[in-house]
Ligand binder design. Sequence first.
Ligand SMILES: [Zn+2]
Length: 302
Amino acid sequence: MTDAPTAGVDIGGTKIRAALVTPDGEVLASATAPTPSGGRAMLDVAAELVARASATAGRSAAGIGVGAAGVVDPESGEVLAASDSFVDWVGTNLRSGLAARTGLPVTVANDVDSFLVGEATWGAVRGVRSAAGIALGTGVGGALWLDGALYRGAGAAGEIGHMPGFGDARCTCGQRGHLETLASGRSVERRYAEAVGPDGGGPDGVGAAEIEARARAGDEAALRVLTDAGRAVGSAVLVLAALLDVGHVVVGGGLAHAWDLLEPAIRARLANEPPVSGHTVEVRRAVLGGDATVVGAAALAR
Ligand SMILES: [Zn+2]
C-alpha cells in the first residue's frame, strides 16, 4: 500500500463525499451526493461515490477510511449513536457494509476525529505533538490528538460540545448549558432570533451566514451572539489547556467562516485568564476546509 491512493469518505447529515487521496494527502478526484435516508441507502451511495472518484482518477483505492457523523465504534465499525436527523443509522455496520459493497478493507472513525487527523497530518496543526480539534457546525464536535495519535478514550473522547458550564439554555442532547448552546451554528441562529424578535428575520429566521454578514455591517445583536460564541470557544480552549496541556487547538466547521469575528473574542478570553501552566495555547483556523475529513479518513485507512 506504499504509493497507492486510499479513499476517504465523509458521511454527514446533508451530504456524503468520497475522495481518492494519495499518501501525501493530495485529493486526486472526489464525488459528492446528498445523504439519502436510511443506513442501507447511505452505504449504497458511499460505495457508488468511491467507485465514481476512482473512475475519475483512473486509479483504484487500496482501502477505504470512513469519517461518519455520530458515535461510531472503530473496532466493530458499527454506528452506536447519532442525532435524530439520521433515520435507521444507529446499528448500521459501516465496515462490513462498505467492505461487502466494494471488496476493500474499511477503517471507521468519527467525522470530527477524521477532521483532526486531516488537519494534524496535512493542515493547520501539521507536525504538532498534541492538539485539540473543535468543529463548529450545526452542532459542536471535538477531537483529541495526543502525543501524535488520535485519542478516543472509551470511544467518544473529545465531545467538547457537550461540556457543561455555559449558561442554562437547553442543548440538543436534552441537557442544559453545554458549549453547543452558545457556539454551534444552530445556537447562533436561535440566539439571534431571540435577540431581534419575530420581526427581525422573517418566517424562517436568519441563517448563520447572514448573521455573519450583518455583524460585519455593524448589527449589534449579530456581533453579540458571535462574540458570545467566540468567548465560549475560548473558555473551552482554557479547559482543554488546563486538563491536557495541548499547545494547539484547530477550529473548523461552517461557523469558522466567521473567524474574523470569533477570533478576537477567543483571544480576549485567553488573554484574560492564561493557562496556569504558563504555556501558551495557540488557536488556529482549520485550513483544509471541506477536504479535512476525507483526507483524514483516507490517512486512517493507510
Ligand atoms: Zn449537550
